[in-house]
Design a protein around this ligand. Structure first.
Ligand code: ADP
Ligand code: ZN
Length: 682
């Protein structure tokens, strides 16, 4: 993909040569200002360093900044230049590789460099450098590694031979769920650390990886820094500094850990590389997987992208011979892949004649497992109790006052919740429109599933895991522990239970409404549906007993579901890539998404249309394609009306330069956001 089209380094990294006159620097300040500022660097502060952190006077304040250029003359000599106030001596400067990565990101994602660098370093670092509190770093544990299977061994040997030769290479490790990928990562990390180099491992959502963190702590004697969301600002800052000073050589973390200031980086691992969570949805809107690949290149390091369901992009890159494919096609020893049973819910419904949630097949199998004292997971990717509240008389659907979505009924809290802005309202006793009582509750979410399961199996021990349940502190750890120790018979949850869970006694997985995501207007909806079903199914039968997966759906004849039922990634890929090619969608092109947001509906549509025709008139504007402006599927969010324009292109940077220049000239004051390689089109 385009991230290989790296432009030449813009700056050279030599230290500023000693000169007699005053020395000047350019610095970016952690603000939404898309430019850098000149300062004089006084001799008393020593020599300036590129990527070094300093304090500068800016609009009557003293702000933290980062040096982006060193020069003998200021850009505009006649202007009175302010002086750098101080240097942050205790904060190591950005490495050359990170500095270049930042510049590249700034151009590729059309984001001010100051903002990019700001996301590289936790803000608390600037405050905490003076406090010398020592953080207990996670050492200890020396659990012996497993003897690798021949397949695992082949993977480890291939990867380590590249690490030993300091070759930059990207591997896609495609291994079915439970095939021992994590074990391969651990061996490669150990080898990297033994070589005196450092290692970085990214996971999509660190809050959900308590099991993995445990395994990492057990395994590595070396200090490892885990960057997770529950660290305090101070802990995060101290961890960052320890990494920057080279005291810690192994970092495990989510998205933003890809910028951890590790030195002599030898290995970067992106687990579950297909996950959308790697995309940051605020500026800089980067994809951490792509940044890991790029950083690996800049650091001459090896990159492993791992998944049971690789992204179309990464698998395509293997076919193009940009990445090397490594396979783990079998589960470890006795862990056979589970068998899959499909249930056509349309047929079931005609028999039962009313909205119901569980097929007879699923209920019978659950009954069987409960008797055998085996465990069950039920998956539904929709939280809440009922999906909407409708008046049976006038058809009025209760919607959020700020967003164009219907409100979800949450029974436990007894209110209506907007899943976009989290706005809460109480449940009306009568229809707000026609004032009749008897509003109807339609659809079902995890909360309702839980209630119905309790009625069906009153003696079973049941737990639920979704973002509502997670609001209680420690809830996640408790459910995890209870599941592992057999205190829970049935776990119900949303996508957060789809991955990572490795509990031997789970022998049945039920996927309710498996086709839910297929209706989302997004060209990747097939891909994510396939991935999600495969991942959830992978939770079953990881122990010695073969697992079973029941997939309930209204759309069993959909090709995506057929491939998912067969658990056949290759044939899914062949099907999907043909469709992507035909329509010229990624990975054959890059998308750039322009979003226009206005308080007035008419303004939004007018602006989108002007922007569209204006762009098309630009000389040199030669996109692969520009799509007509359309309202976003969620046309209103937080009282703002949104329209979007999609541009597809083979080369992102030149296209973006043109778009940005045009926007600056004609739409400087407008609220238009740019998203490169977008993951969401809502
Ligand atoms: P994945 O990351 O592909 O889902 P894991 O690395 O978590 O797979 O391995 C699945 C299970 O098999 C884990 O319980 C792990 O401890 C175990 N395992 C992995 N490799 C081996 C091995 N070589 N020998 C025995 N058990 C292994
Ligand atoms: Zn809302």
């Amino acid at each position: 993909m385009g991230i290989y089209l790296m432009s030449d380094p813009i700056v050279s990294f030599e230290m500023h040569s000693k000169s007699h006159g005053p020395c000047f620097i350019e610095a970016v300040i952690g603000h939404y200002i898309d430019r850098s500022f000149d300062y004089e660097f006084p001799a008393r502060l020593g020599e300036p360093v590129l990527g070094g952190f300093i304090k500068v006077p800016f609009q009557n304040r003293i702000l933290d900044a980062c040096i982006t250029q060193i020069k003998e003359e200021p850009s505009i000599p006649e202007v009175k230049i302010k002086k750098v106030r101080d240097t942050h001596d205790a904060i190591p400067p950005l490495s050359q590789a990170l500095f270049k990565l930042g510049q590249w990101m700034s151009e590729y994602y059309a984001c001010p460099l100051g903002l990019v660098f700001k996301s590289f370093i936790p803000s608390a670092v600037f405050k905490s450098v003076r406090c010398r509190k020592e953080l207990s770093c996670a050492t200890g544990g020396n659990q012996e590694p497993f003897v690798l299977t021949p397949d695992q061994n082949h993977c480890v040997e291939t990867v380590t031979s590249s690490i030993n030769r300091s070759l930059h290479e990207v591997f896609l490790l495609w291994g079915v769920t439970g095939s021992g990928k994590t074990e391969v990562y651990f061996h490669c990390i150990r080898e990297t650390l033994q070589q005196g180099r450092s290692a970085l491992m990214l996971v999509p959502e660190i809050a959900l990886t308590t099991q993995l963190i445990e395994r990492v702590h057990q395994r590595f004697k070396e200090s490892v820094a885990v960057f997770h969301s529950r660290l305090t600002d101070g802990e995060r800052a101290l961890n960052w500094l320890k990494v920057a000073r080279g005291e810690i050589r192994f970092v495990l973390g989510a998205r933003s850990a890809v910028f951890a200031p590790l030195k002599r980086l030898g290995l970067l691992i992106v687990d579950e590389e297909h996950e959308r969570a790697y995309k940051q949805e605020e500026a800089p809107k980067y994809n951490a997987r792509d940044m890991a690949v790029l950083r690996g290149r800049l650091e001459n390091a090896v990159v492993i992208l791992g998944s049971a369901t690789p992204s179309m992009e990464s698998y395509f890159n293997c076919q193009m011979k940009k990445y090397r494919l490594l396979k783990l096609p079998k589960r470890i020893s006795k862990h056979e892949m589970p068998s899959v049973i499909a249930v056509d819910m349309q047929k079931e419904r005609t028999r039962h004649k009313k909205l119901f949630i569980f097929s007879d097949k699923l209920v019978n199998l659950m009954d069987d497992r409960l008797k055998k004292k085996e465990q069950i997971i039920l998956f539904l990717n929709r939280r809440g109790f009922s999906t909407c509240l409708v008046c049976p008389r006038c058809g009025m659907v209760l919607r959020c006052s700020q967003c164009s979505v219907s409100l979800t009924y949450h029974k436990e809290e007894n209110n209506l919740l907007c899943h976009h802005c989290e706005h809460k309202t109480s449940v009306p006793s009568v229809c707000p429109e026609c004032k009749l009582s008897g509003m109807q509750y339609l659809g079902f979410g995890t909360e309702k599933v839980e209630k119905n399961i309790r009625l069906l199996f009153p003696d079973a021990r049941i737990a639920r895991l979704d973002s509502d349940a997670l609001k209680k502190k420690g809830a996640l750890e408790k459910v995890w522990d209870d599941l592992k120790s057999g205190q829970v018979d049935i776990l119900i949850g949303t996508q957060m239970i789809a991955k990572g869970l490795d509990v031997a006694n789970v022998t049945l997985v039920g996927v309710l409404a498996a086709d839910l995501a297929l209706n989302i207007p997004d060209f990747r909806s097939g891909e994510s549906t396939f991935q999600l079903i495969t991942q959830v199914a992978g939770r079953a039968g990881r122990g010695d007993i073969k697992g079973e997966v029941v997939i309930q759906s209204d759309a069993l004849s959909h090709p995506v579901l057929i491939h998912a039922l067969n658990q056949d990634f290759s044939s899914f890929y062949e099907y999907e890539i043909r469709y992507r090619k035909e329509l010229q969608y990624p990975p054959f092109v890059h998308f750039i998404r322009l979003e226009i947001a206005e308080n007035d509906e008419q303004d939004a549509s007018r602006l989108a249309k002007i922007l569209f025709s204006g762009l098309k008139k630009q000389r040199d504007f030669k996109p692969a394609r520009i799509f007509e402006p359309v309202p976003c599927p969620l046309k209103k969010i937080r009282t703002r009306y949104r329209w979007q324009i999609l541009v597809s292109t083979g080369k992102v940077k030149p296209m973006l330069q043109l778009i940005c220049a045009y926007l600056r000239r004609e739409f400087a004051s407008k609220n238009i956001t740019i998203d490169v390689d977008p993951q969401s089109f809502l």
